[in-house]
Write a protein that binds this ligand. Structure first.
Ligand SMILES: NC(=O)c1ccc[n+]([C@@H]2O[C@H](COP(=O)([O-])OP(=O)(O)OC[C@H]3O[C@@H](n4cnc5c(N)ncnc54)[C@H](O)[C@@H]3O)[C@@H](O)[C@H]2O)c1
Length: 325
């Protein structure tokens, strides 16, 4: 029989791909989500669903009593701008909610069953800052520029504490910029989703500043596979912050102008590219090295950017056609 796997945020963009990947691996999947940005129809049919908030006592009870072998924790407030506008609300959810779950895992450890592995979705795009030349490795200096990045890094520090002092089995996956089907095109993040949506309408693609800022785009299906591998990999001891942290990215930098041009070409769309003033404080370059994930998790990105973009665009187009019919 498969493992018992809990996925928080499993109704969301990345979480739904993670849920699907565990279902495909034959595991017994449960999703916990408050549907604030996630959608119920994105949860795989095979999964059980609990409509709960990660900060609630009920969520803690589910974790404590659920006898899960693996918990993939993706539920979060993901909007960097919202974290800037209200750092306390961001921390309450992204730090407080994570602590609620970690405390519940600790409370569930009574020695009568194997340990729960806790796999946390962290960020490789928001913890390193602009200090070092990309591609950044896990041990590079940390310099989060936003409350969102600070909260993600804080949870990693807390996981180190729970691992060393209480023996919890924790791992952090630091994703670069994730793209793919089901990403929300209406948020601030997710330039691929936004561009796909606008290309379908023939609306202009807005590029901030000169568009030379780079990001590392990783396909959602590849990120889901990293979660499945992290769930069962043999890991080093959690002796320091970065010991059990893994970058999940491609090491490849792509700038926004290149991204817009590639999407325009593969979609055959006629959207003009327009430039808007640079956004203050925006990171200039970002790409993360995946050597450690390759060595220890056996993970490397499998979907090339051109293929992933085509697949994503086709998905958006198909969804639009379905909505019309
Ligand atoms: N999208 C990216 O490029 C990226 C990059 C690095 C890290 N991440 C991390 O990956 C995770 C998933 O992000 P995503 O892009 O799929 O975002 P998303 O908004 O699509 O998914 C988040 C999910 O969490 C749920 N959720 C939010 N608050 C909750 C709460 N209080 N209780 C229960 N459920 C709640 C939402 O309903 C949603 O289903 C997040 O932890 C995010 O920080 C994303």
């Amino acid at each position: 029989m498969g493992r018992r796997v809990l996925i928080t945020g499993g109704a969301g963009f990345i979480g739904s791909h993670v849920a699907q990947a565990f279902v495909a691996a034959g595991d017994d999947v449960t999703v916990l989500d408050n549907l604030s940005t996630g959608k119920r129809d994105q949860i795989p049919r095979e999964a059980a669903f609990h409509h709960l908030d990660i900060t609630s006592p009920d969520a803690a009870r589910l974790v404590r009593d659920g006898r899960f072998d693996v918990i993939c924790h993706l539920a979060a407030q993901i909007d960097v701008r919202k974290s800037v506008a209200d750092p306390a609300a961001d921390a309450q959810l992204n730090i407080g909610g994570s602590l609620n779950l970690l405390e519940a895992v600790r409370a569930s450890g009574n020695g009568t069953r194997p340990q729960t592995r806790f796999v946390f979705s962290s960020t490789g795009g928001a913890v390193y800052g602009d200090l070092v030349e990309p591609p950044t490795s896990e041990t590079s200096p940390k310099d989060p520029q936003s409350p969102y990045g600070t909260a993600k890094l804080s949870v990693e520090y807390y996981m180190g504490y729970f691992a060393r002092v209480h023996g919890l089995d924790t791992v952090a996956l630091r994703y670069s910029n994730v793209y793919g089907p089901r990403q929300d095109p209406h948020g601030e993040a997710g330039v691929v989703a936004i561009f796909c949506d606008r290309l379908i309408d023939g609306a202009p693609l807005t590029v901030f500043g000169d568009g030379k800022q780079t990001r590392d785009y990783v396909y959602a299906g590849d990120v889901a596979r990293a979660n499945v591998l992290a769930a069962s990999a043999t890991l080093p001891p959690a002796s320091a912050l970065d010991s059990r942290a893994f970058n999940v990215g491609t090491s490849i930098e792509t700038n926004v102008v290149e991204l817009a041009a590639t999407l325009k070409q593969l979609s055959g769309g006629s959207s003009p590219v327009q430039h808007a003033p640079a956004r203050p404080g925006e990171q200039l370059r970002s790409a993360i090295a995946f050597d450690k994930a390759a060595r220890i998790l056996g993970w490397r990105p499998a979907v090339a950017l051109g293929d992933g973009l085509r697949h994503t665009y086709d998905w958006f187009k198909q969804r639009r056609a379905e909505a019309r019919s």
